[in-house]
Write a protein that binds this ligand. Structure first.
Ligand SMILES: [Mn+2]
Length: 422
């Protein structure tokens, strides 16, 4: 690790040493919950008290008020975007591209130290390096998987973390649990015509002579190949992503269980607005596992229903494919799944959810990320339209005043066009 970065971790530990009570402010998703959970566990081990709050929007007057009025504040998975406004005993562990640095507080962001915050480290990676506690490493990995930083192989600080623990990631089937449920509740990948359809999957398993209640891990090699090739063909036939057939296998890490599955459990709890269930589990409440299993099935069913809905009701404008989602959590889940598994890589996917404001999630393929940076494009558009937003090269989001949807889509398409033609 970069020595200047190491130095900031040291300063962060000193601030924690000095305080008794900390406000932890974090993002609602897996990386947010895991990074906050890792920090909270560290605080408990050092006899400190804390209060955690989860936020959907990474920047709000509420967050800024808390930062200004509390003695000790730790922000994880958010904070870098408004770091210039902070002073005092504040620690920021964020990996979203920062507009500036602030040496008055302890600002830890991989971008400042020559790493790529979209791939080399997420907030949970940073939280791990703050605590250096191998017992919580699996939650750091869940954050990494949650933010999709494992895709394409581990790099930067994520790779350093794995290497330091002697962990080797492995490729295997991306399904978990009993075979029938594993396929029926699968959203990553989403199997058009199979996900959410137990009767159809039951018939297929009968034909393949695979017991529906057998666990994926207990399948023979022959059964695994049979199931894998069948599902692979479904993906090739139904998806518009050229390499879709390969989505049936993926990277996983075994740390007393599949990290990929752990990520799904934490993600489902977080997106069902039950962050405390996920947080409790990270802090040691093993009983919460059962509750997370239930939340996973419930959330996955909701996602699957909404994917079918989206596939029947999406719109195209130039390089943009957009759809309307029924709530904020689903907007980003659906946009991610649509971009990774369903639509061509030369399209930018936009999920829109409207309440008192317009909430937008934007995703694009890695192929496009070489041509433009979605987070920067969204920040520019927001500055123009009067909203707040930003994010990573391939995943970004924003909130706009109501009625600005049309202008947003128009500007986004223009900027993509410009990026492509350069
Ligand atoms: Mn994150």
């Amino acid at each position: 690790m970069n020595p200047d970065m190491e130095n900031r971790f040291k300063r962060a530990r000193e601030i924690i040493e000095n305080g008794d009570y900390f406000r932890i402010l974090t993002h609602y998703d897996v990386d947010g919950v895991c990074s906050a959970g890792i920090v909270a566990k560290y605080l408990l081990q050092h006899g400190k008290n804390f209060h955690i709050s989860f936020f959907r929007n990474a920047e709000s007057s509420e967050i800024i008020n808390i930062v200004n009025n509390e003695d000790y504040v730790i922000l994880t998975d958010l904070g870098s975007s408004f770091v210039a406004k902070m002073k005092g005993d504040v620690i920021v562990l964020d990996h979203h591209k920062p507009p500036a640095d602030n040496e008055e507080i302890v600002h830890i962001n991989p971008h400042i130290f020559g790493y790529d915050g979209a791939h080399d480290a997420c907030a949970s990676t940073l939280a791990y390096y703050l605590t250096e506690d191998p017992r919580i490493a699996r939650f750091a990995l869940a954050g990494i998987f949650g933010d999709k930083q494992h895709l394409g192989g581990f790099t930067g600080l994520n790779l350093e973390l794995l290497d330091s623990m002697g962990i080797r990631p492995q490729e295997n089937l991306v399904l978990h649990g009993e075979v029938l449920d594993a396929v029926v509740y699968s959203t990553e990948p989403f199997f058009p015509g199979l996900s959410g359809k137990p009767e159809v999957v039951g018939k297929i398993l009968e034909k393949l002579k695979i017991s529906p209640t057998k666990k994926i891990e207990e399948l023979s090699e022959e059964e695994k190949v049979k199931l894998g090739s069948y599902l692979s063909l479904v993906l090739v036939r139904e998806s518009q992503v050229p390499e879709a057939g390969r989505f049936i296998v993926g990277m996983d890490v075994d740390m007393g269980g599949s990290v990929r599955y752990l990520t799904e459990l934490l993600d489902s709890a977080a997106r069902s607005d039950e962050q405390s269930v996920a947080l409790g589990y990270i802090l040691g409440e093993d009983g919460n596992l059962e509750r997370m299993e239930i939340l996973r099935k419930r959330y996955k069913s909701e996602v699957i229903n909404n994917i079918y809905e989206m596939l029947n009701n999406y719109f195209t404008r130039g390089h943009v494919i957009y759809f309307f989602a029924p709530n904020g959590y689903l907007t980003s889940s659906l946009a991610t799944i649509a971009s990774l598994y369903l639509f061509p890589p030369d399209r930018v996917i936009v999920g829109i959810y409207v309440d008192a404001q317009v909430h937008i999630s934007v995703r694009c393929s890695k192929y496009f990320a070489r041509k433009f940076h979605l987070g920067e494009i969204l920040r520019e558009i927001c500055a123009f339209l009067g909203g707040q937003g930003g994010g990573h090269s391939v995943a970004a989001g924003c909130t706009l005043p109501k009625g600005k949807e049309e202008e947003f889509l128009e500007l986004l398409n223009e900027k993509i066009e410009k990026g492509i033609s350069q």
